[in-house]
Design a protein around this ligand. Structure first.
Ligand code: HSE
Length: 425
């Protein structure tokens, strides 16, 4: 049989693109024939890279009749979406790492691919090198997955871990992380939880088999977490992590969100540190499983992109729809639960005057709103007459909790409600 190489086009030769290029060099059944970059004149020290295949016009990749698979590795909605649609119209299969595009326009993208009988694979978009999408769609297909708790953003996990071990402030650690290249100059996408929200949106859609809309995903970032919260959480047996969570309740409604959480030290996610990602899934019949590993980086992400490329390569000469288990099967939108209708356990940190009756009023406000307290701790703040009071509640309604916070904010003896962080059960 003739050894015909499958022709690949890359859009993007940044960290992930370079990793994909380097990894594919050791395989002789595929050939990268064109690569689109932003700046053609940039010096690149990549062994085996032939400058002649580089273009600064990505449409040269998606319009090239020879190319069978396009890997889109630039991210963002546009021009990525138009490039992918053009490639699909031109009969190419797609591999992408674009979490934002999937979360915002997944439905449109997969419908478009289906109309043209093409495949879009995206293992690299969620948790970099950790195999998640392919396992959920194939070997876990017999499961009803009803719960996901995950650390899906390496930048924020790095910052929170450093704050914990160095007893340092968010701003101090962010600055260090930026100097080391772990955090972007504009860190908003990571630290405000957008990146994790994109990832959990797609992950929950796949796991639950129902489409989750990103606009219904509750999101809070890590910028308000303080070293005092870290210290107190530690003393009480917890770590603070940015948790992306998705749960289906017994009526089949989905609760999907990203926010910091106190995670008990006996839980696996409490021990996932620095840039590592981890995803804990609960389903029937498998039970509980956790997958962890590198969530970003040149080679881990390339591992997922290249795996998707080979999944397509192995099926390319089939006449029927390729990779039937990977096709999009969601026709139904998930019914969503608003955060205000959820029940949670809370950690509250309050600064108050060290005066008589404050603890009593805190207890009364909680009792009046049907909130039971699991623990309460007061420490004098040295050098003045104020106190730091930490409360952990039992499971209670978010709506009631918000009412209590309003009461605290209007209490003249309470200087500030410093933090309200949910506690992982
Ligand atoms: N910015 C992401 C993170 C990596 O910090 O985990 C790419 O998804």
């Amino acid at each position: 049989m003739e050894n015909k190489k499958i022709k690949i086009g890359l859009i993007g030769l940044g960290t992930v693109g370079s990793g994909v290029f380097k990894t594919l060099q050791s395989f002789n059944n595929v050939e990268i024939v064109k690569i689109a970059v932003r700046n053609k004149n940039k010096k690149r020290n990549i062994e085996g890279l032939d400058e002649k295949i580089i273009t600064d016009n990505p449409y040269e990749v998606v319009n090239d009749p020879e190319i069978q698979i396009v890997a889109e590795l630039v991210g963002g909605v546009e021009p990525a979406f138009d490039l992918i649609k053009t490639a699909i119209k031109n009969d190419k299969h797609i591999v992408t790492a674009n979490k934002e595009l999937l979360a915002k326009y997944g439905e449109e993208l997969f419908n478009f691919a289906e109309e043209h009988n093409k495949v879009v694979l995206y293992e690299a978009a969620i948790a970099g090198g950790i195999p998640l999408i392919m396992p959920i769609k194939t070997i876990l297909a017999g499961n009803k997955i009803n719960k996901i708790k995950a650390i899906l953003n390496g930048t924020t996990n790095y910052i929170l871990t450093k704050m914990d071990v160095q007893n340092a402030s968010y701003n101090q650690v962010l600055k260090e992380a930026q100097e080391l290249g772990y955090a972007e100059t504009d860190p908003t996408g990571d630290v405000e939880g957008f990146d994790a929200a994109y990832k959990i949106t797609t992950l929950a859609t796949i796991a639950f088999g129902k489409r989750i809309k990103i606009e219904n995903v509750y999101r809070e970032g890590i910028t308000k977490v303080s070293p005092e919260d870290m210290k107190t959480a530690n003393e009480m047996g917890y770590k603070i992590k940015l948790i992306a969570s998705a749960e289906l309740n017994k009526d089949g409604k989905a609760d999907v969100r990203v926010h910091p959480m106190l995670v008990g030290k006996s839980k696996t996610l409490a021990h996932i540190d620095y840039v590592t990602n981890a995803v804990s899934l609960s389903g029937h019949p498998v039970g509980d499983i956790t997958l962890s590993g590198p969530g970003a980086g040149e080679f881990p992400t390339a591992s997922s992109v290249v795996g998707d490329i080979f999944a397509i390569v192995s099926e390319l000469d089939k006449s029927d729809y390729i990779l039937p288990m990977m096709r999009c099967t969601h026709e139904e939108n998930a019914e969503m639960i608003d955060i205000s209708d959820t029940e949670n356990k809370y950690y509250i940190s309050i600064t108050a005057n060290n005066s008589m009756g404050v603890i009593g009023r805190i207890g009364k406000a909680c009792e009046d709103n049907n909130i039971s307290l699991a623990s309460i701790m007061q420490k004098e703040v040295e050098g003045n007459s104020s106190a730091r009071i930490t409360v952990i509640t039992e499971l209670c309604k978010e709506k009631n909790m918000q009412k209590v916070i309003d009461i605290f904010n209007n209490d003249p003896a309470i200087t500030e409600v410093n933090s309200l962080i949910r506690v992982q059960l």
